[in-house]
Structures are given as C-alpha cells and as structure tokens.
Design a protein around this ligand. Structure first.
Ligand code: EPZ
Length: 429
C-alpha cells in the first residue's frame, strides 16, 4: 500500500493549479444517465472516485471516451470526457459497487426518471457517520415513486413516470437535492424543492441540466423550481474548480507560511471559509488568475468555527482547519454539525504533538509552538489531507499511510506540493 513521506518545515511558494471539483464531477457524470445523447464534461479531475464511478456507470450501459481516446491513454490533469447512455442495460446498482462509493447511490434518481425503475443497494455506513438515505426515499415518494426496501436494496418503481410535487427537505442534504433535481427534470409538471442545499455543486448540476433542456430555476437558493420535460438532450458543460481543494491548499499555506497562487480558483465558491483563513492571519486576494494566499512572519491566530451547509464553513474543510489550529497562538473551538463522527483525525494529529480534546460535537484545540513529524494514517479523505498539512508544517519526517484515501479526492497532490518547495514523495508498496 502506498505511503507519502513528507519532511516538514519548508514554506510553500509558487503556483498550484486547482482541479475540477470532485463533488461536482460525480453528480454531473450521473446526469449522463438522463439522456441517450452524449454529455461532454470538461475539467473532469483524474481521481480514484471518478474512475470508480466510470465503472459503475459502465455497468448501467454508459459508454465514455476521453478527449476522443480511451482513459488509459490519458496522462494529463483534468480532462474532457464524453459520456453516452444510449441504452440503459441494467437498472440495478449492486452492493459491490455502491458500497465502495456512497455517491453512486445517486443513480437512483436518473434511472427511475428515465426507465421507470431502479434497484440500488443501500450504501451502508462509512467512517464519518451513519449517513442514512431516508430523504432520498421520502423525496422520490413525494414524486409518486413506489419504494420498497428488499434485502439491502432500495427498489423504486414509477412505471407511468414521476409526477411533480412540492417537497420540503426536513434537513439540508446535498445528495438528496442532486437526486430530486435530476428526477424532477423528467417528471410530469412542476416540482418545488424547499430547504434545498445551496452548494455551488448544486448550481453547477442545475446549469448542466438546463443546458440539456431541463427547466430549473432557483438553484443556489433554498427553493428550487423544476418544470418537468419529456426528454433531455446532450450538452457540453464545464466542471467548476474544486473549492475543497482550494481551501485545503489555502490552509496549508496559512500553516507553513509562504506565498502561493491557487490558479483557477474562485473565491465566490468558498468565501466563508476564506474569511476564516484570513482571520487566522493569512492574506488572501482574488486575482484574474486565481486566489493568492500568503502568510509572512505573523503567527497563526486562533479562530472558532462551526461547520454548516453552504454558505457556512464546509464540513469537508473541518479536518484541515483543525490541522491549522494546532499551531495557533491560543485556544480554538471547532464544532462539527453535519456528520456525527467526523473527528477521526484528532487522535492522529495528536501523534504530531497537537493538543486537542473532544467534548461532544466540538474539539477544543490548544495551539502548540511546533509539531513533530510522525507516522500517521487516516480513515477518510479529508482527514488524510489534514495530516498532510500538519506534516508539511511539522519538524522532521512524517509518513502518511493509506494514501488511497488521498487519491480519491486530490489530483496529483505530491506533484502540486513539491513544485511549491515541499519535500513530499510517494513510496510505493
Ligand atoms: C456531500 O455528501 C459530499 N459528497 C460530502 O463530501 C460532504 O461532506 C457533504 O455533502 C456535506 O457537505 C459529495 O458531494 C459526493 P448530505 P452527501 O446528504 O450528499 C444527513 C467528501 O469528503 N442525511 O448533504 O452524502 C447526513 O447523514 C464528502 O468529499 C440524512 O439524514 O451529504 C448528514 O448528516 C464526504 N438522510 C447530512 O444529512 C439522508 O437521506 C448532510 O449530508 C441524506 C443525508
């Protein structure tokens, strides 16, 4: 199993190109199931989760080409991929595939809307919490689907098609908003989704669906209205820059010091998080080329944060921010409100010498003057990268094990960091 070796202590200086957003790419790829035409997506990141979803979509009959070539020939950064679901050959998403990646459960929306049926394995729990699917089931039922749970599978049927309706989410959910927006695009009549997620990835999906012929308004607000159409066509659509990758590198620079241009990044996608990084002492400027982050000399100020749905501070940056706070000049409090078990990085950060105590949904972090390198490992993607950030700032050598978590969500992490002066290498085997 690959590991990453890091010798900490260097400031980061240079340019880091920001990739296409993983969490926009996944629902957009799934949207290709809604049409028998080709959906062309630009700026698709080269990530393990994307490759896994390509396999899952292939199982349903989606064909793909990369810049006119097959994927194996492609060696570049984010690329253009053409997805064509001419014939859906299977409406079942089996456990072996869905259990590897939770977002693959989302195929339930397009399959049901286009084919009138879907049989999708329950995704099960994961390292960050139980993550149920009740909102998907309630929402699809509101659109007229008949849904049963059968030996670990959600079996959804709507042989005469889905029917538009008003659905109020009892809790904000990114995935359930994606799925209901896709399903309602092919329903008869109007659907109004209230208390919908407002994340930029929702807007990116709505823009793509509209380019395919859907009639969606209000994406990016908490009320989304969808006027159903009878069919959707192909389109060409660009994936937004990854706001979590952007925030992660911004926090890395805030921690190590230095001056980095996050090329292609957009501050409007994560203003709330950038403001917090700014309060910790970094200087952040949006330029024509991206976002410039610098911290020279001044120490790291402690800042309290609470994770919230967009536009609040994202849960996907909570672990990285905790990494930054471990070296702040004082005490900070970090409260996680989205997932119940997203503090798995705490005990690993402690291996670097961080002082963190947990109290219910909050972590109290007492900053230390320096961290010391150590071997560490993590159980999820964002937790893993928080360890990388801490290792970059720690004195001496660290190894971050279980690199496959990082490969799920960070394109060419070692290359991007080492080009900015970090000592980072991947050790195979
Ligand atoms: C998306 O997950 C992201 N994944 C997550 O990123 C992100 O952490 C999360 O949104 C919150 O921002 C992708 O976009 C692929 P939710 P999702 O439904 O859609 C509860 C990463 O590291 N809930 O918004 O699965 C749920 O348990 C990943 O890139 C229900 O109770 O998250 C959670 O507490 C991790 N019932 C809350 O809602 C449901 O039916 C928000 O989850 C669905 C969700």
């Amino acid at each position: 199993m690959d590991r990453i070796r890091i010798v900490g202590g260097n400031e980061l200086k240079g340019v880091i190109p920001i990739s296409g957003a993983k969490n926009a790419a996944l629902p957009l790829m799934i949207a290709s199931l809604l049409t028998d035409d080709t959906l062309t997506l630009e700026n698709v990141p080269h990530l393990a989760d994307v490759e896994q979803l390509i396999r899952i979509l292939g199982n349903h009959g989606v064909d793909y080409t990369v810049n006119g070539r097959r994927e194996s020939q492609d060696t570049g950064y984010s690329r253009t991929i053409h997805f064509t679901a001419r014939n859906i050959v299977d409406t079942t998403a089996p456990y072996e595939l869905v259990s590897k990646m939770r977002a693959s459960f989302w195929v339930i929306g397009p399959l049901l809307a286009r084919m009138g049926e879907a049989r999708v394995s329950l995704p099960g729990g994961c390292a960050i919490g139980t993550r149920p699917v009740d909102l998907f089931i309630d929402g699809l039922r509101a659109l007229g689907a008949d849904i049963d749970i059968d030996i670990g599978y959600v079996v959804a049927k709507a042989p005469k098609g889905l029917i538009g309706n008003r659905y109020v989410f009892p809790k904000v959910s990114v995935g359930a908003t994606h799925v209901l927006m896709m399903a309602a695009s092919l329903a008869r009549g109007e659907t109004v989704l209230e208390n919908a997620a407002r994340e930029p990835e929702i807007v990116n999906l709505a823009d793509c669906l509209n380019a395919m012929g859907a009639r969606i308004t209000g994406a990016g607000t908490s009320t989304i209205t969808i006027e159903g159409v009878t069919s959707l066509q192909g389109a060409r659509h660009r994936i937004i820059p990854d706001r979590i990758e952007t925030g992660t590198y911004a926090m890395a620079v805030a921690m190590t010091g230095g001056d980095v241009l996050l090329q292609g990044a957009r501050s409007d996608l994560l203003q709330g998080a950038l403001d917090i990084v700014g309060q910790s002492g970094a200087t952040i400027t949006q330029t024509n080329e991206g976002i410039r982050v610098a911290r020279n000399g001044a120490g790291i100020a402690p800042v309290d944060v609470t994770t919230e749905p967009f536009p609040g501070f994202p849960t996907d940056l909570q672990a990285q921010f905790m990494g930054l706070m471990t070296m702040a000049n004082g005490r900070s409090k970090i409260t996680e409100t989205i997932f119940e078990n997203r503090f798995m990085h705490v005990q690993e950060l402690a291996r670097f010498g961080a002082r963190i105590s947990l109290s219910g949904q909050s972590a109290i972090v007492d900053g230390v003057a320096k961290l010391k390198g150590a071997p560490v490992m993590a159980t999820d993607l964002r937790a893993s990268v928080s360890l990388v950030i801490a290792a970059l700032a720690a004195e001496g050598e660290s190894t971050v094990n279980r690199v496959y978590h990082l490969d799920r969500g960070f394109e060419r992490l070692e290359e991007k960091l080492s080009r900015c002066g970090a000592t980072v290498e991947r050790i195979s085997g």
